[in-house]
Ligand binder design. Structure first.
Ligand SMILES: [Ca+2]
Ligand SMILES: [Ca+2]
Length: 229
């Protein structure tokens, strides 16, 4: 349970007199195993279900503008590796561009996304003003996942990879205006579906399983070490 840890570190940072207690970052909260859309209320969602299935170097979506280098990201029919309830989804890697960038309508403190068949090299990066504020990989997320997350929840198979809907929240005023989906140059694809946004207002992270982004945690650790050295 990392949320109490975050609070504790913030209090510790404050006690040490750090000018800007570095609780800023992004946390990830998984939906229950098998859930393939967000349960957060009041969202707008890009499902890719009505998007012609082809490759795009630029694609306007309900969640902002997607861009990718040639040959572009793919919009792919639901299959073993992706799609909320086997619906069409976005893929990068394999025969598509290795990464895609989502430019949000403005600074956001919440985004949700279904990440089926997550590979070890897949990464979700959060940027603000062009700078990375947090990065999540399977190594960050896997500790929160029980065996029930592994394998396609609709048709079975691919039991070595997790299928998880993640709600990401900026903490302590952190916002992001771009999200990069990057398959890490691996031979595997990265699959994304059902991207949900809220209006850019402060959204408190709910109690429960919360994961501090590795970048934020490392930054906090460095600041604490520097202050206490
Ligand atoms: Ca879909
Ligand atoms: Ca994958």
């Amino acid at each position: 349970m990392l949320r109490p840890l975050c609070v504790g570190l913030t209090a510790l940072a404050a006690a040490l007199g750090v000018a800007r207690p570095a609780a800023a970052g992004v946390v990830a909260v998984p939906e229950a195993a098998g859930v393939q859309y967000t349960t957060v209320a009041g969202v707008v969602t890009e499902t890719f279900d009505a998007t012609p299935q082809m490759q795009y170097t630029a694609l306007a979506t309900a969640a902002g503008g997607l861009s990718a280098a040639a040959p572009g990201l793919g919009v792919i029919p639901g299959d073993l590796y992706g799609g909320s309830l086997q619906t069409p989804y976005m893929g990068v890697g394999i025969s598509n561009a290795p990464a895609a960038t989502l430019t949000l309508p403005g600074p956001m403190s919440y985004i949700g996304m279904y990440l089926p068949a997550l590979d070890a090299t897949d990464a979700v990066r959060f940027l603000s003003g062009g700078s990375v504020v947090a990065t999540f990989t399977l190594a960050d997320i896997a500790p929160l996942l029980t065996p029930a997350y592994y394998g396609n929840p609709n048709i079975g198979g691919n039991t070595g990879e997790p299928y998880v809907y993640l709600n990401f929240y900026g903490t302590a005023g952190t916002t992001f205006d771009q999200v990069v989906f990057d398959n890490g140059g691996s031979g595997g694809g990265m699959e994304v579906d059902s991207i949900s946004l809220l209006a850019p207002t402060a959204v408190p992270a709910p109690a429960g399983l919360v994961l501090l982004g590795s970048g934020g945690l490392a930054l906090l650790g460095r600041r604490l070490r520097r202050r206490t050295a």
